[in-house]
Ligand binder design. Structure first.
Ligand SMILES: Nc1ncnc2c1ncn2[C@@H]1O[C@H](COP(=O)(O)OP(=O)(O)OP(=O)(O)O)[C@@H](O)[C@H]1O
Ligand SMILES: [Mg+2]
Length: 329
């Protein structure tokens, strides 16, 4: 049984590609066979991630007569490679189908009249059928373009489950509401399931207790230095210490209250949107600005011990549970 999962969003930069590729790599490492497709026809990015050039692009297959096998590339060795070279760590497989980023290629795929567009959509369906027939993957993960665009809708039409990623911000939320009400319901009424993924939420970057202690210690050191220099000007050391400490404490309390308010506001917004659009939140991923994702960011979830990897693991588990529930409905 093959499940198709699509990532979509109202606005760009919400983390579709990052989460889709990490989830795919994670599932492959868990022993599944996964095929990740770049259907972000308008601005494909997976090729730069993986640094591979396929024999043929998805564009060639859809528009021309490229052979199906030339479009799909097995990149399992990229995931299962350790420092000594390729070493199989699991029976999983990761295949990718990439899109060309040349402008003329995407213009071709935008299609002309509605008959031609129908033909392209039919070819996309055939592409998925062929994929299932040839590779029998457990999951087909599809990365799409943001917004309501022809190819995003085509990709959503193929999906059993789609994830709508969004960031905290008014434009995102209002646009998302509109998009879900106008578009998503027509897909979900045919049986696909959709979920919200809140990405880059606040919270993680607040200093932890340890870090706070460090900040406090370094502040105290700085205070002592201040005291010494002020002492030289014959100020009273005790009164300065308590005044500086008080200011520090006040500042810290203020920051904590602000963070608490922000968190509450965030949770309220999440709940409200979830209710308004009738979609469950399947994952909330903080903004992990401490890991500057490298070019190999699709490997974060399989190579680095980090809370981001835990979120991807939990997303995979919840998704599998939802798919099971869907089957038993
Ligand atoms: N949870 C996160 N914490 C920190 N940075 C993140 C997180 N998720 C994604 N990013 C970063 O945000 C940027 C945008 O992410 P990504 O390219 O995955 O978004 P996208 O939705 O695919 O964008 P587009 O719509 O343009 O294709 C990337 O630089 C990525 O590294
Ligand atoms: Mg993207």
């Amino acid at each position: 049984m093959t499940y198709s999962i699509a990532f979509h969003s109202y606005k760009g930069g919400t983390g579709k590609t990052t989460i889709a590729s990490n989830l795919s790599a994670f599932l492959a490492k868990e022993g599944h066979s996964v095929c990740l497709l770049d259907l972000d026809i308008y601005a494909p990015s997976l090729q730069t991630y993986f640094e591979i050039t396929p024999k043929k692009w998805i564009n060639d297959y859809l528009y021309g007569d490229a052979k199906f096998n030339d479009v799909i590339t097995d990149i399992s060795s990229l995931i299962f490679k350790d420092e000594d070279g390729a070493k199989p760590l699991s029976n999983g497989k990761l295949f990718v189908g990439l899109c060309a980023s040349k402008k003329e290629d995407f213009i071709k795929l935008e299609g002309g009249n509605s008959d031609f567009r129908k033909q392209l959509f039919h070819k996309l369906i055939m592409f998925r059928e062929k994929l299932i027939e040839t590779y029998d993957p457990d999951y087909i993960v599809i990365d799409t373009s943001p917004g309501v665009r022809y190819w995003s809708l085509n990709a959503l039409a193929l999906a059993d489950v789609f994830f709508l990623t969004l960031k905290m911000g008014d434009l995102d939320i209002e646009g998302t509401k509109k998009m879900v009400n106008e578009i998503y319901h027509s897909f979900t009424s045919y049986g696909s399931k959709s979920f919200l993924i809140w990405n880059k939420v606040a919270g993680y970057c607040m200093p932890s207790i340890d870090k706070k202690e460090n900040v406090k210690n370094s502040c105290l050191k700085q205070n002592n230095l201040n005291i010494i220099s002020r002492n030289n000007k014959r100020d009273s050391p005790l009164s300065l210490l308590s005044e500086d400490n008080r200011q520090q404490q006040q500042q810290q309390q203020q920051q904590e209250l602000q963070a608490e308010d922000q968190k509450k506001e965030q949770i309220d917004t999440e709940d409200k949107l979830s209710k308004e659009v009738g979609m469950k939140v399947i994952s909330t991923i903080p903004c992990y600005c401490d890991i500057q994702f490298s070019k190999k960011e699709f490997l974060t979830a399989v190579q680095i011990l980090h809370p981001f990897s835990e979120r991807i693991e939990s997303l995979a588990q919840l998704m599998q549970q939802e798919l099971q529930d869907k089957d038993s409905e």
